[in-house]
Design a protein around this ligand. Structure first.
Ligand SMILES: Cc1cc2nc3c(=O)[nH]c(=O)nc-3n(C[C@H](O)[C@H](O)[C@H](O)COP(=O)(O)O)c2cc1C
Length: 472
């Protein structure tokens, strides 16, 4: 537990507010035993139920991941990870019609998409939703995902981010290329479009060349909000240059404070204020009438989730080998992985490209606490959960957000489609009472909700020279 008794003025961000986003992971990555009708996973109206609940709780956004290939574990389809994720933009087009304020943030990769097509599709959802779209930019797992496109190993990691730079800059130029005031506002106008309001975007980069006439007018928020997820040095730098928000795994207090400080420092080194990036780790929230009841609920959820099979798989994901003979109630395997690269398994654990670093971290935790494998995995899962009475969780979250550990959380519901009730009805009022949560949406667009300027508030330094726009 953190010390929540600081005086307000002693916090680095005494007036900070918390953003809650709904993160729907898809598939049995969490406890799906409380999904009464399993076909709900693909019922659009089940998503409407869940998302309307989030909107009732003034959640800032719905955040969806992207999977372009079913995950695999040691050569087999991985049925206990994220599975069967539908296309986020198609789902958002439907959800936009059934909601009015909540943001719609889609994870979409730059490695296997075309910027011209993507710019148009995201802008369409932004328009349909009245300016509530966001784009979580990822580069995705290259070799493995790429095999689905016959392009395995298409780009190495460094080049993936260079390509992403060019991709995102192209999307941004396309969005910039359609001036907001170029659409007729009167039926007396001679044409619906002022031709000089649309600029040809002419780009020729090392990886990507395009000459594009933008098609879709800007939404009420100008452009979708840019998020990023990717944790390497290159990924963090990319976020610091380009993103307005970042999705991360760093949620434990000290780790989260260090991560957020690192991102803000990197952003300052690119001439930004550093405070203009919204940091949102993924987490779960479990509340109960008493601390003991909440702990019991959390323990039950952990037990459902951490079956022997899953615990073993989590360790195998890092070692990249079959560990069927390893005792889960004993210590981590002593040997080093044969291959120090995550290539054969794609499940839950993000090791980046350095399983050995993850193993070092796990050994340190296990040795410090005397943990078995099972206890270690439980510990890691516990660290991502906020558990307690609504008041205690609200105290902890208020402390964290005022300490600049993060700006918000991507919260996975503990059931589908009605897994947000406790948060909306019990936690949100406590957060509001503590002054860290809004009592209404501040406006209608996602930029209003996040307090971001219309269009992109910061500009990437090299961008000034990128606009080779010619009026038509
Ligand atoms: C919190 C988080 C969420 C992510 N979500 C997705 C996702 O939904 N789809 C995807 O293809 N990649 C996702 N990624 C992976 C990134 O695309 C990236 O490929 C990966 O982290 C490797 O980049 P890195 O080396 O910079 O970390 C996520 C990464 C993080 C850290």
């Amino acid at each position: 537990m953190n010390d929540h008794r600081l005086r307000l003025e002693d916090y680095p961000r005494p007036h900070a507010r918390l953003h809650l986003n709904l993160f729907q992971p898809f598939g049995p990555i969490y406890d799906w035993s409380r999904t009464p009708r399993l076909r709900d996973y693909y019922e659009p109206d089940a998503y409407v139920t869940l998302v309307q609940e989030a909107e009732r709780g003034l959640f800032s956004a719905v955040f969806l991941g992207e999977s372009l290939r079913l995950r695999e574990h040691l050569g087999q389809l991985n049925d206990i990870a994220v599975t069967g994720r539908p296309d986020a933009l198609a789902l958002f087009a439907y959800l936009a019609a059934h909601t009015s304020r909540i943001g719609l943030v889609a994870t979409l990769n730059t490695t296997y998409t075309d910027p011209v097509d993507l710019a148009r599709r995201i802008a369409t959802v932004d328009l349909l939703s009245g300016g509530r779209a966001g784009w979580n930019v990822v580069t995705t797992d290259n070799g493995w995902t790429g095999e689905n496109f016959r392009r395995g190993g298409f780009l190495d990691r460094d080049n993936r981010y260079l390509y992403a730079e060019e991709h995102v800059a192209a999307v941004q130029a396309i969005w910039d290329g359609f001036a907001p005031d170029s659409i007729a506002t009167s039926t007396d106008a001679e044409s619906w479009l002022r031709p000089d309001g649309v600029a040809v975007v002419d780009r020729s980069g090392e990886h990507l060349s395009a000459r594009v006439v933008p098609q879709v007018p800007p939404s009420p928020q100008g452009q979708a909000v840019y998020f990023q997820a990717g944790d390497s040095d290159e990924g963090r730098d990319f976020a610091a240059r380009r993103a307005e928000g970042i999705f991360t795994h760093h949620v434990e207090f000290d780790d989260a404070v260090a991560f957020t400080a690192d991102i803000r420092r990197r952003a300052r080194s690119y001439g930004r204020s550093g405070d203009d990036i919204i940091v949102v780790p993924g987490a779960s929230i479990v509340v109960g009438d008493t601390a003991a009841e909440a702990e019991e609920k959390a323990r039950h959820l952990r037990e459902r989730f951490l079956t022997d099979r899953r615990v073993r798989q989590i360790v195998e994901e890092v070692w990249q080998e079959d560990l069927a003979s390893v005792d889960l109630d004993g210590p981590l395997p002593q040997h080093a992985p044969a291959v120090d690269r995550q290539s054969r398994t794609h499940g839950i654990v993000h090791t980046g490209h350095e399983p050995s670093a993850k193993i070092r971290e796990w050994r340190e935790i296990s040795e410090a606490h005397g943990y078995s494998i099972r206890q270690l995995v439980e510990h890691l899962t516990r660290a991502r959960a906020f558990v307690g009475t609504p008041g205690a969780v609200a105290d902890e979250l208020a402390h964290d957000v005022r300490s600049d550990a993060f700006d918000g959380l991507n919260v996975a519901p503990d059931a589908f489609p009605d897994g947000l009730g406790d948060i909306v009805d019990r936690l949100v009022p406590e957060l509001q009472e503590r002054g860290v949560y809004p009592r209404e949406y501040p406006g209608t667009t996602l930029r209003d909700t996040f307090g971001l300027p219309d269009t992109v508030g910061h500009r990437v330094p090299e961008r000034a020279t990128l606009r080779a726009a010619v009026a038509v």
